[in-house]
Write a protein that binds this ligand. Structure first.
Ligand SMILES: [Zn+2]
Length: 63
């Protein structure tokens, strides 16, 4: 896991949040640039400008 902003690996875990879908998402705090983000930041799924419906389809496909 790297910071999506500065690519630092010096991350501090900043809690886990549960989504309405029941999934848990780990949140991080970058120690180098102080950005806060979750584990989905910087992934291809995050960068794709897709609709919520398309993301839901991807999630189902991943099982
Ligand atoms: Zn950073």
């Amino acid at each position: 896991m790297r910071c999506p902003d500065c690519e630092s690996e010096r991350l501090h875990k900043n809690g886990v949040r549960q989504l309405q879908s029941g999934e848990s998402v780990q949140y991080y705090h970058c120690l180098d640039c102080s950005k806060r983000f979750n584990e989905r930041a910087g992934t291809p799924m995050h960068r794709m400008q897709t609709s919520t419906q398309a993301i839901a389809t991807v999630l189902r496909a991943r099982g």
